[in-house]
Design a binder for this molecule. Structure first.
Ligand code: NAD
Ligand code: MG
Length: 342
């Protein structure tokens, strides 16, 4: 059974006695910064010159400095820049300015686990990784709740890295929900696997094939969109509340029977073999290398794939339909349909 920590297992005063630099002010950055501040923690935001996030962080009342300057004063540095930028930010701005006993925190293990960032042995290296997007991390905190977090310690130089990590997790609301103890390796490999095979990659491909199948058979694209994309959220909410069993209980017997009969025809055992191959590429570092090499070259493969994805007919139909209905009107996000604000 995984070890789970709650509020009573963590001492807020540990992080309250530190100066915390948050590097990056995007999805996670703004949420950590605001939750820490509301928990009585002294926060400074580190951003590169010219960053669009500078004005936003200042508007929200934060002290903002260049990354190096923010790091120089900090006892704890939380790295919340995009994963593919962290290696160069680390080498250029963080490592040269880090106090000799500062703790280094991450919200995803990618760079540490795959060896792109290797802090000296004098630094605590910890992870507090919310299992949800930054905007949810903030909203739940404001509502007195929290998003579950993963906590781990890769390097315990001070002998107090766990107390510090749990204190940070408490300050962002994570221990209200539960902080699951894991390792950088387990977090990184399972996170990449989940997003590639099920949550992002698997679902996207499933939606596209479902949409194509119906449209190619002559059904209206709007109908196809509702059936294979829109309703997904309703199903996932039920799974989230009560597992597959609640989802099956809530659907009609017809839907439940079809689930048992046709699910395994569509997602055949060779899908699992392919999942194992994907896991292998994650574990042996070849996915990480492919991603970082492409990013270093200006992301030609990534950008081409993104453009191709945005061009899929399900996306065009979805954009038109979402404009006609109100369900997206109140979504709090930096993303406006068809245009990412960040
Ligand atoms: P993001 O893209 O939303 O934000 C990145 C921020 O970094 C932006 O404010 C950007 O201006 C800033 N930035 C970019 N380049 C920079 C540079 N050179 N120097 C300083 N700042 C720079 O990123 P995110 O999604 O919040 O991800 C941050 C970390 O959190 C990643 O490690 C990610 O894996 C992890 N994480 C994200 C989520 C999520 O749902 N978004 C969930 C859990 C963990
Ligand atoms: Mg994930």
């Amino acid at each position: 059974m995984a070890k789970i920590f709650y509020d009573d297992d963590a001492d807020l005063s540990v992080i309250q006695s530190k100066r915390v630099a948050i590097v990056g002010y995007g999805s996670q950055g703004h949420a950590h910064a605001m939750n820490l501040r509301d928990s009585g923690v002294n926060v400074i935001i580190g951003l590169r010159e010219g960053s669009k996030s500078i004005d936003k962080a200042k508007e929200q009342g934060f002290e903002v400095a260049k990354v190096g300057d923010a790091v120089r004063e900090a006892d704890v540095v939380m790295v919340l820049a995009p994963d593919q930028s962290q290696r160069s930010i680390w080498a250029n701005d963080i490592e040269p300015n880090l106090k000799s006993d500062a703790a280094v925190f991450f919200a995803h293990g990618f760079n540490v686990h795959f060896g792109y960032i290797a802090p000296d042995s004098g630094h605590d290296v910890c992870m507090v990784a919310p299992k949800g997007p930054g905007h949810t991390v903030r909203r739940q905190y404001e509502e007195g709740r929290g998003v579950p977090v993963l906590v781990c310690v890769e390097q315990d130089a001070s002998g107090h890295a766990w107390e510090l990590a749990l204190s940070y997790a408490k300050a962002i609301g994570g221990t209200r929900a539960g902080a699951i103890k894991t390792t950088f390796r387990e977090e990184t490999e399972t996170d990449l696997f989940g997003e590639q095979t099920v949550l992002c990659g698997g679902i996207s491909q499933l939606i596209q094939y479902g949409f194509e199948t119906l449209v190619e058979a002559g059904y209206q694209p709007e109908m196809a969109y509702f059936e294979v994309c829109h309703e997904l959220k309703l199903i996932v909410d039920l799974i989230n509340e009560g597992g597959l069993t609640k989802q099956r209980w809530s659907c009609s017997d017809t839907a439940e029977y079809g689930d048992y009969i046709s699910g395994p025809r569509v997602i055949t055992p060779d899908v699992k073999d392919h999942m194992k191959e994907v896991l292998g590429d994650i574990q042996n570092g070849s996915f990480a290398k492919r991603f970082i090499d492409d990013q270093d070259a200006g992301a030609p493969e990534f950008l081409a794939l993104r453009a191709e994805g945005q061009d899929h007919p399900v996306e065009k139909t979805g954009q038109e339909i979402r404009r006609m209905f109100a369900w997206n009107a109140s979504v709090d996000s930096d993303y406006v349909d068809g245009e990412a604000a960040r």
